[in-house]
Write a protein that binds this ligand. Structure first.
Ligand SMILES: Nc1ncnc2c1ncn2[C@@H]1O[C@H](COP(=O)(O)OP(=O)(O)OP(=O)(O)O)[C@@H](O)[C@H]1O
Length: 416
């Protein structure tokens, strides 16, 4: 139960060569269209209980893939084998009838999803309390805000734990409290063995929910691996698109160029070091002063180069990022052949654990702290580990905010 087996899956839409094409074809004048492939050659095996994030730029085919799995659109080629009951949170609320009340819509959506009358009746209280839309449950859905429709649709779709759950950015619609409630429910489903397929542009959500990720690019699977590698490649692809689009991006894991690193001939990041009190280190005590030293050689003259870094945790999630431009600093114009060393010093106020420093070089500072062109990046160029600082006050979380605390005992007001 809960497995998915996808073979040679493809989806093409008809693109007509002229505006009367559909009509001409209908009256028998022969084919007037060309297939426009949205997804091609998709082979995927998803094991029961796996949690898979589907990522990619707009138009990559993510929603189409989920719709094909949900069965709301039919494949042009290939086949999908689904094990068990599937619930899809794709276009939430789309199936609701505007003139019917919320309660009536709950009945019709839940029966369409395959639940019998006794189950729906038993779930109604839970659906009402999860959606939390008060008396609106007995008002026509046309009077609902879009957020209320999403609340009700989510509550119905997840009233009974499915074997497979498909979620397509649906959660981005609700307010923060509702999103948290939805995530809690999804986590509980995961823990109970539901297979999850999750489309999102929010990488932190993919890190939080998924143990595998798939990068779709132009309708094909570009990388299917652990989330960290896939997100690294995705982020590098985005940076490339924002820049000149001609960077060479590392897609394989190699010691000197981990996935998501990129560069061209303009610059070489020659050396990246983590130092403590002037000496290279790999392990240091939490809260200690740390210096990141980056040496960059420029092979072409640049007007406004910048160097930046990112701290990432062991899952690859970015905890902090800055660069010389963001800090209001300027390296100034550089000549071809020039070498520049940039050092950042900071207290590593982070939880004990493993981290890495990613470094990058760009050209052209823009307003708002943005950079014009990425030139080179080494993903996870310098790993380091922090041990617990036993001298620090006890704290828990991601970063040590090192708060100041003041206690004031106020006098008790006399009674009466
Ligand atoms: N019914 C349709 N007819 C023709 N083209 C379609 C149809 N539905 C989707 N497409 C095209 O298929 C491509 C993939 O769309 P899809 O919605 O799957 O992408 P996506 O990766 O989910 O994008 P987004 O991140 O913007 O939601 C797009 O170029 C879209 O224009």
């Amino acid at each position: 139960m809960g497995h998915l087996r996808i073979r040679n899956l493809g989806k093409a839409y008809k693109r007509y060569t002229h505006k009367w094409g559909r009509l001409a074809e209908w009256v028998g004048l022969g084919p007037q269209h060309q297939p426009c492939w949205i997804l091609r050659d998709i082979d995927l095996d998803i094991a029961p209980g796996e949690s898979v994030g589907v990522i990619g730029v707009n138009g990559a085919g993510k929603s189409t893939l989920l719709k094909l799995i949900a069965g709301t659109t039919q494949p042009t080629t290939g086949a999908i084998e689904r094990g068990g009951r599937l619930a899809a949170l794709l276009e939430l609320g789309i199936g609701f009838h505007p003139e019917f009340t919320g309660r009536e819509n709950v009945w019709s959506s839940a029966s369409l999803a395959g639940l019998d009358a006794a189950t729906i009746a038993a779930c109604m209280d839970d659906i009402e309390s999860f959606a939390d839309i008060g008396d609106y449950i007995d008002q026509p859905v046309r009077t609902y805000s879009s957020g209320m429709q999403v609340r009700l649709a989510f509550a119905v779709a997840t009233a009974v734990r499915p074997d497979i759950l498909l979620v397509d950015e649906a959660l981005a619609v609700g307010d923060i409290f509702f999103q948290q409630k939805c995530f809690e429910r999804i986590r509980a489903f995961r823990a109970a063995g539901t297979t999850l397929l999750f489309v999102s542009h929010a990488m932190s959500t993919v890190y939080a929910l998924c143990d595998r990720a798939i990068l779709l690019e132009g309708g094909v699977v570009k990388l299917d691996a652990e989330p960290r590698r896939v997100i690294d490649l995705y982020n590098a692809t985005i940076a490339n698109r924002l820049g000149t689009g001609d960077l060479e991006i590392a897609e394989d894991e190699a010691p000197e160029r981990p996935v998501g690193s990129y560069g061209r001939g303009d610059v070489t990041i020659e050396r990246v070091e983590v130092l403590h009190q002037g000496r290279p280190v790999r392990t240091l005590v939490g809260d200690s002063e740390l210096t990141l030293r980056v040496r960059v050689r420029f092979h072409t003259a640049l007007q406004d180069p910048h160097v930046g870094f990112q701290v990432r945790d062991r899952r690859g999630e970015a905890l902090y990022m800055t660069h010389t431009h963001g800090m209001g600093l300027s390296i100034g114009p550089v000549a071809a052949g020039e070498c520049v060393e940039v050092s950042y010093s900071f207290a590593a106020r982070l939880m004990a654990g493993d981290y890495s420093l990613t470094v990058g070089v760009a050209d052209g500072g823009l307003p708002g702290g943005h950079l014009e062109r990425s030139l080179a990046r080494i993903q996870d160029a310098a790993p380091f580990s922090l041990t617990r600082n036993i001298r620090a006050a006890h704290w828990d979380g991601v970063c040590n905010l090192d708060p100041q605390c003041r206690i004031e005992r106020l006098s008790i007001a006399p009674a009466g």
